[in-house]
Design a protein around this ligand. Structure first.
Ligand code: AMP
Length: 587
């Protein structure tokens, strides 16, 4: 966790890479990075139990960049990722870390993108390819992706790939890469099939699992807000406006973020300052002293800079960016509730970071209550209340006689009633912090919100919406059980190739020589065309609309006949098929 004493500069990374991470504002390696980077630099195979949010991308990207021979315009590192979003994200991370490596070239390849474009890009000879398994397989089969110079391979979110039905493709791809390649596999969990892969395809992998201490903090009220609808900064301000507490520490991941957030809060009238590793010891001490003396109310800190910080008046900790692991979380929230006082801790969790939240809850053995953001009315009432208090205290503490005379004078000069004059003055006084807030924006239509969301988020935890069958059409796929197809293969292929959130895929039924799937009405012809060419289990699906078929929920299944997991527990799938031909059940 953030107590790692290792610095990036201790890690033998090339200076060009060190320069990029300094510019990105990374202060210290996260635990998974501190553990993985030396091993991967050393040529070891690595098995990392880690998920999004732990810094795993940099844990493999930084060391593998040092393996690239820029003169060789062939793929030397291949990363397999379960979704196009992750593939793009990982490719972007490589690009960011390699910004000072001239001539470096990374290419994301995923379903849904035109083959022609991908072929052109592949011909340019990327050094790193990041792809979803289906599309990588296609290119391997077509001979358009040549991996004979591959030095390293990464399986990112292996358990997700398993869940989405890609694991056979992953194995086939691995079998086609040079045996001498180095392999890193990251997975939040280690199901048996993944263990099997590690045994078959990895050489004495070093296992990395960051142990977490379990500490309980009963005097701290812990809550979390799942980021949605409102951006994090606006959410932060709403919380700051409505929560009563003395000093506050806000934790961000990077030094750059601490400065940015502190500046934005200052601009909104808060006494806030950053606390990070770019500041020398003396400046840091002075800043902490100002918090102690209540000259500052808010410190925006990185984990390292706030290590051991002990300020009694800190009543709240806000985890603006989720910490890498439980230990960091426990350390952060321990900055409040000092000297036997009560404290509050709020954690911002992006939908895709829910697993990390679960892990924190499990390790601390304390549930973290989900909170709603304070409403507009709450913010407005709070502002009125503090305005009232200000006015009352001015009347109690100051001599107002000369101002009363001035008001009289102004009223007669302007020929205004005192009440009208008071309203004008109130209007002027509240301008920076309006006492009447604009109405909340209407919630955006669901389709728009879904488009913003990473398709994995819905899978990860958000409650499933109930499917409206009237909104679905039935399609026929020319692949069936005889081809070895399973429900999960269909979900994975369609979700990735047509970019349809898997929550919007209705029931799937498997027959011997074909399958049917219910998909949202109004599929654009180009998406349908795109889907036609998709392969599942090496067979073109050749999808077509089944005119006249009405989508309806599959009838309840008899007990114990279906062992599917994940998406399949929603019901439906290969059940309730017509009598002839009778589909066999998927196990
Ligand atoms: P990941 O777990 O790879 O998805 O990374 C999560 C986020 O943490 C990304 O936004 C990274 O840019 C950021 N990050 C990764 N490593 C560090 C680090 N050492 N210091 C600060 N931020 C980091």
């Amino acid at each position: 966790m953030s107590d790692t004493q290792v610095a990036f500069s201790d890690l033998d990374l090339p200076s060009s890479v060190l320069k990029s991470i300094t510019e990105l504002g990374y202060e210290t390696p996260s635990p998974i990075q501190a553990a993985c980077i030396p091993l991967l630099l050393n040529g070891d195979d690595v098995l990392g139990m880690a998920q999004t949010g732990t810094g795993k991308t940099a844990a493999f990207a930084l060391p593998l960049l040092s393996r690239i021979d820029l003169k060789l315009n062939k793929p030397q590192v291949l990363v397999l990722a379960p979704t196009r979003e992750l593939a793009v994200q990982v490719a972007e991370a490589f690009q960011a870390y390699a910004r000072h490596i001239p001539g470096f070239h990374v290419l994301p390849i995923y379903g849904g993108q035109s083959y022609t474009l991908q072929l052109k890009q592949l011909r340019r000879g990327p050094h790193v390819v990041v792809g979803t398994p289906g599309r990588v397989m296609d290119h391997l089969d077509r001979g358009t992706l040549i991996l004979d110079e591959l030095k390293a391979m990464v399986l990112d979110e292996a358990d997700e790939m398993l869940r989405m039905g890609f694991i056979d493709d992953v194995e086939t791809i691995m079998a086609k890469t040079p045996a001498a390649r180095q392999t890193a596999l990251f997975s939040a969990t280690m199901p048996e099939q993944i263990r099997r892969i590690t045994k078959r395809y990895m050489r004495d992998p070093k296992e990395i699992k960051i142990a977490s201490k379990t500490t309980t903090m009963e005097n701290i009220d812990q809550r979390c807000w799942i980021v949605s609808g409102v951006n994090k900064l606006d959410a932060l301000v709403r919380i700051l406006e409505t929560e009563d507490c003395g000093g506050i520490i806000i934790f961000a991941r990077t030094k750059t973020a601490t400065t940015e957030i502190a500046e934005k809060l200052e601009a909104r009238g808060y006494a806030a300052a950053p606390l990070n590793g770019d500041m020398n010891q003396q400046l840091r001490e002075r800043t902490v002293q100002r918090l102690k003396d209540a000259k500052l109310d808010i410190l925006v800190a990185t984990d390292v800079a706030a290590r051991g910080l002990d300020v009694e008046r800190v009543g709240m900790v806000i985890n603006y960016d989720i910490p890498y692991d439980t230990e960091a979380y426990v350390h952060r929230i321990g900055r409040t509730g000092r000297a036997g006082r009560d404290g509050k801790a709020i954690l911002f969790v992006a939908p895709r970071e829910r697993r990390l939240l679960k892990q924190i809850e499990q390790a601390t053995r304390q549930p973290i209550k989900q909170m709603d953001l304070p409403s507009r009315d709450m913010v407005q009432n709070k502002r009125l209340e503090s305005f009232r208090e200000q006015v009352t205290s001015i009347f109690n503490d100051e001599d107002m006689s000369t101002y009363r005379e001035l008001v009289d004078q102004l009223a007669s000069d302007t020929e205004l009633e005192t009440l009208d004059l008071a309203s004008a003055l109130l209007y002027m006084a509240q301008k920076d912090k309006p006492l009447i807030l604009p109405p909340e924006p209407e919630p955006r239509p669901r389709r728009e919100r879904d488009n913003d969301r990473d398709s994995r988020d819905g899978e990860r935890g958000a409650k499933r919406e109930r499917i409206n069958y009237a909104d679905l059409d039935v399609y026929r796929l020319e692949v069936g059980r005889n081809d070895g197809v399973q429900v999960k293969n269909i979900v994975g292929a369609i979700a990735n190739e047509a970019d349809i959130n898997s929550r919007h895929i209705g029931d799937i039924r498997l027959f011997d020589d074909h399958s049917t799937v219910q998909l949202p009405k109004g599929m654009p012809p180009e998406v349908l065309q795109q889907l036609k060419g998709v392969f599942i289990c090496r067979k073109k699906i050749d999808i077509s609309l089944m005119e006249g078929e009405i989508a309806r929920p599959a009838p309840r299944k008899p007990r114990g006949d279906f062992k599917g997991k994940g998406r399949n527990d929603r019901g439906g799938n290969d059940r309730g098929a017509p009598r002839k031909p009778r589909p066999r059940r998927d196990a």
